[in-house]
Design a protein around this ligand. Structure first.
Ligand code: NAP
Length: 298
């Protein structure tokens, strides 16, 4: 496969499409806000006016938009991928890099299969930095032979690429990943609060714990941002709230108690209510600051 489409050029989609170009693929892009396609065109890509027009030009098309209804719109909406028609669809592989519901993903795969198109759910982890550096962890659900055909596409965008199982398994794995991200964030903010109250040098505490058994991606990448008072996204609180709602839905279906996750999710929600929805997830620290009556940066 030589010509790939990319739909959705946000914080993640733009650098992932760019890495496809760097790896030698011909890339045609589309974004709802058309102006955001310009940097990709300047970098050597082409643009088309609708998702259907992109699908008509490529053998595989990646999607990277916000939430489940947005993916539905891009695939099945009036100008969506399926509007490209049966001749296009029977040869097309759709790769969804967004983080959305595993259950609805299975429904999308079944609906696309009726027209001959294949769907791989392929959400990613590793943040904006991983997207820029091409070091994402990519977790894929779908048929193994379809996955195998797409490995070169995934290798252009990520480092750890895993076929997790049938349709929906990639999104289910991502839900597990988000449990870990949310609970690690809570632990990190509390450890940093304790460091403050003990009068420790935050940078030294972070250096020591990052190298030890308490280390995590959050500690390495977001601990220093908290210590510096940098709440810029990265990965927004509004988006992790979307992901934790997906996790809660899945857990509810199987009546699985998740007390740690539910506490973290409630506190992330409090951060959004307090005006931090469009800040990075490290703005979880503002809730811990309010509870403790201190500032990490003082
Ligand atoms: P973002 O910067 O807000 O970009 C969202 C993209 O989705 C934009 O291109 C936006 O188009 C498009 N979009 C939203 N709703 C749409 C709709 N109904 N129809 C068409 N396009 C629509 O978000 P992001 O951080 O790149 O996140 C994208 C996905 O990656 C999300 O599912 C997120 O959970 C996941 N993710 C993010 C990170 C991270 O660190 N940021 C890490 C892992 C996974 P406009 O430009 O027109 O608004």
């Amino acid at each position: 496969m030589k010509r790939i489409g990319y739909l959705g050029l946000g914080i993640m989609g733009d650098p992932m499409a760019r890495n496809l170009l760097k790896a030698g693929f011909e890339v045609t892009v589309w974004n709802r806000t058309a102006a955001k396609t310009k940097p990709l065109i300047d970098a050597g890509g082409a643009a088309a006016d609708t998702p259907a027009a992109v699908a008509a030009q490529v053998q595989a098309v990646c999607i990277n938009v916000t939430d489940t209804p947005d993916v539905e719109q891009v695939i099945f909406g009036p100008d969506g991928i399926t509007a490209a028609g049966p001749d296009v669809l029977k040869k097309l592989i759709v790769i969804d890099n967004s983080t959305i519901s595993p259950a609805v993903t299975r429904q999308f795969a079944e609906k696309l299969a009726e027209s001959g198109a294949e769907l791989l759910d392929a959400p990613v982890s590793g943040g904006d930095v991983g997207a820029q550096n091409g070091t994402l962890s990519i977790m894929v659900g779908g048929k193994p032979d379809v996955f195998n055909k797409c490995v070169p596409i995934f290798e252009a965008m990520g480092k750890a690429i895993t076929h997790c199982g049938p349709s929906g398994a990639g999104q289910a794995t991502k839900a597990c990943n988000q449990v870990l991200c949310a609970v690690h964030m809570m632990g990190m903010c509390e450890a940093m609060a304790l460091a403050k109250s003990e009068g420790l040098d935050l940078e030294k505490m972070l250096a020591v714990t990052t190298a030890g058994a308490g280390g995590s991606w959050a500690l390495t990448n977001l601990g220093p941002r908290i210590a510096a008072g940098d709440l810029d996204p990265g990965f927004m609180i509004d988006l992790i709230n979307k992901d934790l709602a997906i996790v809660r839905d899945e857990a509810k279906q199987s009546r699985l108690p998740m007390p740690g996750l539910n506490l973290a999710a409630d506190l992330f929600n409090a951060a959004a209510i307090d005006g931090h929805g469009r800040d990075g997830t490290q703005a979880f620290c503002t809730v811990v600051e309010k509870l403790g009556g201190f500032k990490y940066t003082d």
